[in-house]
Design a protein around this ligand. Structure first.
Ligand code: F6P
Length: 549
């Protein structure tokens, strides 16, 4: 058994260092160093990262970079890029970087270069998306496609949904996209109600092609189509599949000529770069899809080659470790000031929590330190009028990431300065706060005095001291979005290496799936359940009495 990272001198040095910083207000760190912004900011791939509003000093960075050396981060990065089986519990490589390898250098898995296969699928995606976009892919009744419905869940939904939303300004007209993921038939029914069967194309996206929700939705969509168009032959013109599982695609009844392949070395939450991104390619056109890949590739190259101290994902990852494991921060909030990034926090939830929500190391030892934070967030401007109160005056430490676009995709006079002033004001106030004395002076200036003044003051004090990163980019182009997503993927990888955990499996999801299939059978029986605990038996039996069998 190897030694847990928490039992090494560098970890202990970080703990001691944290104790010395714990009582220092961020405001004081800024007072001590007027160059903090230039000392703690980086530029790469069209992104500016200001990480100066964090609980760090030069000594902190020095220690965190030593931690990176202790865990041999650089050689782990190399292994990731070179197709090593970094996903050790599934004996697989994690080669999302190969999918966007625009330099086309060979990448070997089990001695075989994967790039020809990657390029062949990209070529097939180009051919298909061009045909659809030019109105030449005709439905069963001879009409061109105007609506795309992606049926998938988890990584086969969240990534494509997020990108298609984010790049709305690049949508090919007159195409519309919908995403169906949930087993609750309301979602599918609501979407089918606004689709024309003659002009709708379903993309069934599933790595395994055995995910319950996806197959349920795909079967129901197929029934709907056949019923509306009056022939099972219609399926061939209205269904395509994206999967690693040819047999299951065939068994479903989709012609494998209409299947787009990918490989077991693509993890679900890292799959939008593969054919799982077909809905993206169709909606924004293949040239723009390749720009998305190019942006991610640029960030990959930065990650693979920049010195650790100047490496954006490395710095973000180390800060993530710093807050989770040394500051007991239980959460991390993502706050885009760019409406196009509406679903970015949702995508990150899967990326971060499915990757890092682990309590054993790759060697199977239980960790004795905190790992994954709860990742959450929403559009910053909306959050201000909802949950920011807790960030300003609550009792939790909540590290925040502000994502800020200088330009909106759909600019209207006056709006953007309001967006920018809000974003910058929030990170400023969260860090700076307002002391008791400052509050008293501010309230006196409004005319308050005496007892009324003293009663009002504590409610209006802002403790500040909330750390944040601010990422600024000019405008959300496909390239910038590619870089942004890759940045968070690699940040997540850095954290996994520091914690010694496997970022690429998700065994925690499996037990729930198994029990759900068992309960599906239980719910079809009429006799009362006695096999589980009192609560589960009670609920199963209650639901059964309410179901009409
Ligand atoms: O249940 C979790 C999960 O396995 C995710 O990792 C994955 O993205 C999702 O299900 C969907 O899986 P599939 O693409 O095989 O349908």
């Amino acid at each position: 058994m190897s030694v847990l990272i928490s039992h090494t001198p560098i970890w202990q040095a970080l703990q001691t260092h944290q104790c010395s910083l714990a009582t220092v207000h961020l405001r004081d760190l800024f007072a001590q160093d007027s160059q903090r912004f230039s000392h703690f900011s980086l530029n790469a791939c069209g992104l500016l990262l200001d990480f100066s509003k964090n609980h760090i000093t030069h000594e902190t960075l020095h220690l965190l970079l030593n931690l990176a050396k202790q865990v041999e981060l650089e050689s782990h990065i190399e292994l990731l890029f070179h197709g090593d089986k970094v996903n050790n519990t599934e004996h697989r490589a994690a080669l999302h970087t190969a999918l966007r390898n625009r330099s086309h250098y060979p990448i070997l898995v089990d001695g075989q270069d994967v790039m020809p296969a990657v390029d062949a699928v990209l070529a097939k995606m180009r051919e298909f998306s061009d045909v659809v976009n030019q109105g030449k892919w005709l439905g069963f009744t001879g009409k061109p496609i105007d609506t795309v419905v992606n049926i998938g869940i988890g990584g086969s939904d969240l990534g494509p949904l997020m990108v298609v939303r984010a790049l709305k300004a690049y949508h090919c007209q007159p195409l519309k996209a919908h995403f169906v993921s949930n087993a609750d038939s309301t979602q599918l029914a609501e979407i089918l109600a606004i689709c024309n069967p003659e002009t709708t194309l379903f993309i069934v996206a599933s790595k395994t092609f055995s995910t319950q929700e996806t197959l349920l939705n795909a079967h129901s969509a197929r029934r709907w189509l056949i019923e509306k168009l009056g022939s099972a032959s219609a399926v061939a013109r209205h269904f395509v599949a994206v999967s690693t599982n040819k047999e299951k695609v065939q068994a479903f009844g989709i012609d494998t000529n209409n299947m787009f392949a990918f490989w077991d070395w693509v993890g679900g939450r890292y799959s939008l770069w593969s054919a799982i991104g077909l809905s993206i390619a169709v909606m924004i056109g293949m040239d723009n899809f390749e720009q998305l890949l190019a942006g991610a590739h640029a960030l990959d190259q930065h990650f693979a080659t920049a010195p650790l101290a100047e490496n954006m994902p490395v710095i973000l990852g180390l800060l993530g470790v710093w807050y989770s494991s040394f500051w007991s921060a239980h959460t991390q909030v993502i706050l885009p000031y760019d409406v196009a990034l509406e679903y970015f926090p949702n995508h990150l939830q899967q990326l971060v929590m499915e990757s890092l929500g682990k309590n054993v190391t790759k060697q199977g030892q239980f960790v004795d330190y905190a790992t994954c934070p709860i990742s959450w967030g929403t559009l910053g401007n909306n959050g201000q009028h909802a949950f920011y109160q807790l960030l300003h005056q609550g009792t939790q430490l909540v590290p925040a990431d502000f994502l800020v676009a200088i330009e909106s995709q759909q600019a209207l006079d006056e709006h953007q300065l309001a967006v920018l002033s809000n974003a910058l004001a929030q990170s400023h106030v969260l860090m700076q706060g307002r002391t008791l004395e400052e509050t008293r002076i501010a309230l006196q200036a409004t005319g308050l005095q005496g007892k009324a003044l003293e009663e009002a003051v504590p409610h209006r004090v802002f403790k500040g001291n909330q750390p944040s990163n601010t990422l600024v980019y000019q405008k959300l182009t496909p390239q910038i979005l590619g870089a942004l997503i890759a940045l968070y993927e690699h940040k997540t990888f850095v954290q996994s290496v520091c914690w010694g955990i496997n970022a690429f499996d998700q065994w925690g999801v499996e037990l729930g799936k198994q029990v759900a299939s068992k309960f599906l059978i239980e719910l079809q029986k009429t006799e009362p359940n006695q096999d589980y605990n009192a609560s589960t038996n009670g609920l199963l039996n209650y639901v059964k009495t309410k179901l009409s069998h």
